[in-house]
Design a protein around this ligand. Sequence first.
Ligand code: PMP
Length: 298
Amino acid sequence: MSGSFVPLAEARIGVMTHGFLYGTATFEGIRAYWNEDQGQLYGLKLREHYTRLLDSAKVLLMEPPMAIDELIAMTVDLLRRNAFRQDTYIRPTLYKSTEAIGVRLHNLEQDLVVFAVPFGEYIAIDRGISAQTVSWRRNSDLSIPARAKIVGAYANSAFSKSEAQLNGYDEAIVLTLDGHVSEGSAENLFMVRRGKLITPGISDDILEGITRAAVMELALGELGLETVSRTVDRSELYIADEVFLCGTGAQISPVTSIDHRQVGDGRVGPITERLTELYFSAVRGRLPAYSHWLTPVY
Ligand code: PMP
């Protein structure tokens, strides 16, 4: 925090911090996977996450806090200092740190804080989950760009997730303002229809997910499946053969019912199952072809 390592309990911000008052901050959620056999902890796609952090910073009129290589080295140092020997979640937040009233993006100080904690599952991955198309709409590029991972925009995710969960579903599926499928509350969405892998495009108010890109790479490289990135209607999900959500937290989570309709035959589909196996092998350092995704910590 602010350029030095401190115990989590001492990492504190003032109540007048701009990023806290107005959500003027950007963050990343990163995972590191422990491989027991190798005695190794692997940071997953650190460069991609820090590249996106700097892209979000640009959108928010912030400066890069340091070079990407330095951000990666600092993160490895943080994980080493914690001596983690388990799956870990890393949360960098770059925030407007000036303690002042007055909403704006410009002429404000900024600061970077990164913490890391042991972490397991974020949503179920061992069974199919249920999803609801919620009544809230994804914040559009015209209001708060979904492409940038902006802290304040997560109120939109919170509205969506709570509507779904309070209605008895596991997850939310969120539509764009014009009624097309965007993504989950904190996950990108894929469907399989007639053997084709399909995902909403980058102009459908999605976060350009790093797991989304990883899934596309695995599907092409290992299953010979090219992903079609295009507009998806809500009703298409009802007749899809398979649907899954993916993200750093979510990993790959099969969706087996949407708005009271079974997806396919209501069981986890074969392509989702295969991609899940491949994903977990890759992130735990068991697929040499994807070792470039990983930064060994020890
Ligand atoms: N969409 C949203 C809104 C998210 O918060 C996340 C999680 N970061 C994702 C998609 C998935 O992105 P990634 O695979 O980069 O974690």
